[in-house]
Design a binder for this molecule. Structure first.
Ligand SMILES: CC(C)(COP(=O)(O)OP(=O)(O)OC[C@H]1O[C@@H](n2cnc3c(N)ncnc32)[C@H](O)[C@@H]1OP(=O)(O)O)[C@@H](O)C(=O)NCCC(=O)NCCS
Length: 197
C-alpha cells in the first residue's frame, strides 16, 4: 500500500536518504561521480528538517510511503516532493522544487500522486500556474511532458561548478496539472492506492 501525506519533521532523515539514492541514480553520467559520492545524508537531513518546518512562501513537503507487501514493518518513505511560491518571479506563480522516487518504486504512480499533492497545495495557496526545473539531460523531463508540462525556458546553470542546461516546464493554468494527475479509475494499478490529507 502506497500513501501520500504531508511530511513531518521525523521524516527528514528518510527524505534525505531518498534524495541521495535518487540523485546517485538519476544524475549518474550527468553530474560528476565525485560530487554524487560526496552527498551527505546527515547534512541533507538537516536541510530537509528545516524545509519541513519552514512554511514561508507556502513551502510544503509531501512524502510517498509504502508498507512492506507482507506488512512486516511500518511504512517507509519511498519518494517525496517539495515546493511553494515560485522562487523566481515571471514564469509561474507556484513551483515544484523537488520530486524524487526510489528506483524500486517508480512506475507505480508515486510521481503522479506527489505531483497532484503539490498541484493541489499550490492552488490552495493561491497559485494559478506552476512550473518545475529539470536538467535537460535528465530523462525525467519526459515524465513532466507526459503530465502536460510545456517547455517555457532553457538556460545554462552550474551545479557544483559543472555547467549544465536546465529547462522550465510550465502548467498554465494549474488546472492542467490537476487534470493530468487526476486519480486513475478503479481497475488500473494506481486505483488501489490510497490518498491521505
Ligand atoms: C520522474 C519520477 C519522479 C517519476 O515517478 P514515477 O513514480 O516513476 O512516475 P509514475 O509512476 O507516477 O508515472 C506517471 C506516468 O508517467 C509515466 N512516466 C514515468 N516516468 C516517465 C519518464 N521518465 N518519461 C516518460 N513518462 C514517464 C508513467 O509511465 C506513467 O504513465 P501513465 O500515464 O501511462 O500511467 C521518477 O522517475 C524519479 O524519481 N526520477 C528520478 C529523479 C528525478 O529525475 N526527478 C526529477 C528531478 S527534476
Amino acid at each position: 500500500m502506497i500513501s501520500i501525506r504531508r511530511a513531518r519533521p521525523g521524516d527528514a532523515a528518510a527524505v534525505a536518504a531518498v534524495h541521495v539514492a535518487a540523485w546517485r541514480s538519476a544524475y549518474a553520467g550527468i553530474l560528476r561521480d565525485g560530487y554524487l559520492a560526496d552527498l551527505s545524508e546527515i547534512r541533507l537531513a538537516g536541510f530537509y528538517q528545516r524545509a519541513i518546518l519552514d512554511r514561508r512562501e507556502g513551502h510544503a513537503v509531501f512524502v510517498a510511503t509504502a508498507t512492506p507487501e507482507d506488512e512486516s514493518g511500518p511504512p517507509q518513505v519511498v519518494g517525496f516532493a517539495s515546493g511553494g511560491r515560485a522562487r523566481r518571479r515571471g514564469l509561474a506563480e507556484g513551483e515544484v522544487e523537488t520530486l524524487y522516487v526510489l528506483d524500486d518504486y517508480r512506475e507505480r504512480g508515486c510521481g503522479r500522486r506527489l505531483m497532484r499533492a503539490m498541484a493541489a497545495h499550490l492552488r490552495a495557496i493561491g497559485c494559478n500556474s506552476a512550473m518545475a526545473w529539470v536538467l535537460e539531460a535528465n530523462p525525467s523531463r519526459f515524465f513532466y511532458r507526459h503530465l502536460g508540462g510545456r517547455t517555457a525556458m532553457r538556460e545554462a546553470i552550474r551545479v557544483a561548478g559543472q555547467a549544465v542546461d536546465q529547462i522550465a516546464l510550465l502548467w498554465d493554468p494549474i488546472d492542467t496539472l490537476l487534470a493530468a494527475t487526476a486519480p486513475v479509475p478503479q481497475g488500473r494499478p494506481q486505483g488501489r492506492l490510497r490518498e491521505e490529507g
